[in-house]
Design a protein around this ligand. Structure first.
Ligand code: HEC
Length: 142
């Protein structure tokens, strides 16, 4: 009987020892105490979600910007906008020089006819695109 107990106790000690050894093993501790999130350091190869459609269209040309962002007012002369087809509406403006017109289109312009919104209200147009649109308008006048 005593022998059996010794064996049992020995067995238990071994068993518990094995379990706790595993519990405290380096790997197990690291695994269980690691942070829930991961932090990338500079230089890490960070996985980046790619946009579904990668379009590198670059700057839109003046004609495109004009038809999408300016024609609504300047084709028909809405809200006092000088019509592109009406040269007389542009004589005084053209005499101010191209740069002045680029600036009016980019920054907005309030004259005697009405209000020209900055960039025609186009929030995503670059200065260059608006300048090209003005050049396109001046071409249409010729
Ligand atoms: C909401 C209507 C509207 C839109 C859209 C609009 N314009 Fe105008 N624009 C005007 C009005 C009104 C004037 C005249 C303001 C005045 O002289 O009283 C004007 C004037 C101008 C002038 C002459 C400025 C000057 O100094 O005499 C240019 C150049 C011009 N617009 C370019 C553009 C371009 C380029 C776009 C598109 C990116 C555009 N406009 C979009 C209403 C608009």
């Amino acid at each position: 009987m005593f022998k059996l107990r010794v064996i049992l106790v020995a067995f238990l000690v071994t068993f518990i020892g094995a379990v706790s050894a595993n519990h405290k093993s380096d790997h197990s501790v690291k695994e269980r105490t690691k942070p829930t999130g991961s932090v990338y350091k500079a230089g890490d190869d960070v996985p980046v979600a790619k946009p579904a459609v990668v379009e590198t269209t670059g700057a839109r040309d003046g004609a495109t910007i004009y038809s999408q962002k300016c024609a609504m007012c300047h084709d028909a002369g809405i809200a006092g906008a000088p019509k592109v087809g009406e040269a007389s509406a542009w004589t005084d403006r053209v005499s101010k020089g191209e740069e002045a017109l680029f600036s009016s289109a980019i920054n907005g312009f309030t004259g005697s006819q009405g209000v020209m919104p900055a960039k025609g209200g186009c929030g995503d147009c670059s200065d260059e695109e608006v300048t090209d649109a003005v050049k396109h308008m001046l071409e249409l006048l010729k």
